[in-house]
Design a binder for this molecule. Structure first.
Ligand code: HEC
Ligand code: HEC
Length: 312
């Protein structure tokens, strides 16, 4: 290291300044030009992503009645969630640069899709409906996907990348696997800057992608429904909500109250027992729920008798 670099630390680097042709200016002191360590991030994202002024993902605040949490050991940090956000919206994560996570998980539709099946790379289509991603964090359920095949949100996040029809780094039919994506991302200047900022070095690994994308997904939170406005005015879900109509409060009771069956299994009293699977106040799917017997619409699988979770 030269003295100059030592003085300026690792953040700044000197640019070589071209000497002016004009002899009369040679006595002027050469201006010191610094290189912005986030120049590529700025070039790509403008002011949307600013490592010096991160958006607040980590401390968003939640209502006192929300207590379930599947965060595990991967607590949200502003730095990793920021990198997760960049990854989520980046079509570079697909084999032909056409699809990002946000292509199917659209913010304006609660991070889901209006299409029953979503389009993936080169004519690919999803086998099931894209799940919405709001409040994924506030649940006892730690498994993800309709059939709960991902053991954690971290494991879930790179599955669409490796799915042949979705983002295409599948290792099938002549396509490379996820190792090629890691090399691809590490060659992109703004990822070099972002990974250095977040992890201290530029190395892109699957575990790092998972950690950051899971943090971003868990940061997608919403508590401004009519239900939330009512719930925060009362001590428990069973009390009538002051902002609900009488019919809405009755509907809430039907939802919350378990059914009463007679000896032959016929429902004779009580409510619909929705709360047995969709647990208020988070309305997360109870981890013991298996399926609700609906008719499959996409793959023509008939009546659903496999494990099927609801989003949240
Ligand atoms: C081509 C469309 C498509 C793309 C691209 C896509 N997803 Fe999905 N996503 C889906 C579908 C469809 C499901 C449900 C799949 C299933 O259960 O088999 C899903 C499920 C999920 C779930 C599970 C939610 C839950 O409650 O269980 C998460 C989380 C998720 N996606 C995040 C992502 C992330 C992160 C990316 C980008 C790396 C991504 N998705 C890319 C379509 C897509
Ligand atoms: C046995 C468990 C179970 C019970 C009881 C149950 N559900 Fe569900 N519910 C599910 C599962 C599993 C899904 C996801 C699969 C699907 O969409 O059919 C679901 C999906 C839903 C969805 C769609 C959620 C989304 O994001 O797409 C709504 C709305 C819903 N249920 C409302 C209700 C209501 C209202 C009741 C009571 C009348 C009820 N559920 C009772 C298990 C249950």
């Amino acid at each position: 290291m030269t003295n100059v670099q030592t003085v300026f630390g690792t953040i700044f680097m000197l640019l070589i300044i071209a000497v002016s042709c004009s002899k009369s200016e040679t006595t002027a002191p050469a201006p010191v030009v610094t290189v912005d360590p986030y120049a590529a991030i700025k070039a790509a994202f403008g002011t949307k992503i600013d490592p010096n002024n991160l958006a607040n993902y980590a401390n968003q605040g939640k209502p006192a009645y929300i207590n379930k949490d599947n965060t595990g050991g991967n607590a949200i940090t502003n730095a990793k969630a920021t990198l997760g956000r960049v990854l989520f919206y980046d079509t570079n994560l697909s084999i032909d640069n056409s699809i990002s996570c946000a292509s199917c998980h659209k913010q304006q539709f609660a991070f889901s899709d209006t299409a029953i099946a979503s389009s993936g790379v080169v004519g690919g289509s999803t086998g099931r409906h894209s799940m919405r991603l709001v409040n994924s964090r506030f649940a006892n359920e730690t498994r993800f996907f309709w059939d709960e095949r991902a053991a954690s949100l971290e494991q879930q996040t790179t599955q669409p990348v490796k799915d042949h029809a979705e983002m295409g780094f599948s290792g099938q039919s002549g396509r490379p696997g996820i190792a090629a994506l890691l090399v691809k991302l590490q060659a992109i200047a703004y990822y070099n800057e972002l990974f250095k900022f977040v992890y201290g070095d530029v190395t892109v690994t699957e575990a790092r992608l998972q950690e950051c994308m899971a943090q971003f997904v868990r940061s997608i939170q919403s508590f401004d429904s009519k239900y939330d406005a009512g719930r925060q005015q009362v001590a428990n879900d069973g009390q009538p909500f002051p902002n609900f109509t009488p019919m809405e409060n009755m509907g809430k009771q039907v939802f919350l109250t378990p059914p009463v069956f007679n000896a032959t299994g016929i429902r004779v009293n009580g409510g619909a027992g929705c709360n047995g699977c969709h647990n208020a106040p988070e309305f997360d799917i109870d981890p013991n729920s298996r399926n609700n017997g609906i008719i499959g619409t996409i793959s023509g699988t008939g009546i659903d008798i496999t494990v099927t979770r609801a989003p949240v």
